[in-house]
Ligand binder design. Sequence first.
Ligand SMILES: [Fe+2]
Length: 290
Amino acid sequence: MTKPGLAALLFPRTVAELAESYRRDEPMVVHGQRESLAALRTLPLVESLDALLRTWPEMVQAHLPDVADESHAVSVSPQDARKLFGNGMGLLFDDVHRYAPELNQWLEAIRTDVGLSALTLQRCLIYATPADKGTAWHFDQNVNFVLQVHGTKTWWLAPNEHVARPMTRHTIGQRVDSELQSYAKDPMLAEPPTNQREIVLSPGSLLFVPRGVWHATRASTDALSLNFTFSAPTWIDLFTAALRGKLALSRAWRETAAPTSTEAFDVLLRELAAEAPQWNAADILAVTDG
Ligand SMILES: [Fe+2]
C-alpha cells in the first residue's frame, strides 16, 4: 500500500520540486490518474456527489451566486444542497477528514513533509462545483493541495504583487480586512491580475496552490475535488503564543490594564526588554512545536 505523504501525492514529480515551488510561491501541478493516489480516489466520500450527499451527516455550505465566493455562503441540509447544486450553486463540505480517518494520516504526513509547525490547523474539504461555475478571483492565507477527483476544472493563477505572505484571505471587490490593508499595497487589486497562468485539472490532477497566490476557477463539467488545506502559524503566531504563555505565569502581567496609569506597565516592559537578549528560537519552538 502507498505510504501517505507528499511523495505519493506528487508522483512522478518529487518532493524536492515541491520545495522549490513552495520557496518561490509558485503553483505546481501533476496530471493523470496515478496508482500512488488510488487510496484517495477510492474513498467512499468522493465516489460521487450523490453518494456524498446521501451519507453526509451535517449541513453543507452552498455558495451564493452573487459573488461566487466562500465568504458568501449559506448553510443548508444535504437535501437542499442537491437542489441548489442543480441550480448552479457550488457546495463545500468542511472537515471531511472527521469521516475518513485515513485522511488524518495524509494530513499529518503532508504537513511534516512540507515542514509546517505542529500548531498548523489542517483539514480536508470537498468542493462540488456545477458546470460553468467557479470561484471569483481571491487569495487564501493557507497552503492548499487540490486533488481533482471528478470532472474538469480550469484554474487561473497569478503572483500576488499587492501583498506578500497575507494572513487573511481576500476576494477582489470585497472589503479589505483592516489588518491586511495595513501591510498591503493601497489600493488593493480591483480587477483580475494580468499575468495569469491557466491550468486545467482533470481527474487525477494534483495542484499545489501556494499561500497568497491570486486564483479563480471555473468548472467545464460538474466537478468534485478533495482539498488538503493547511493554515500554518507565522513567526508572529508562534512568538506571541509563547510570549503569552510566559507572561500568563506573572501576577503583575495579569493585572487588569489601566491605560490612564502607565508606570507599572513601563516597569514590566523594561524587565521584559532586559530578558530579550537571552531569548532564542530553539527555546520558543520547544514550547510551541515540542
Ligand atoms: Fe481559494
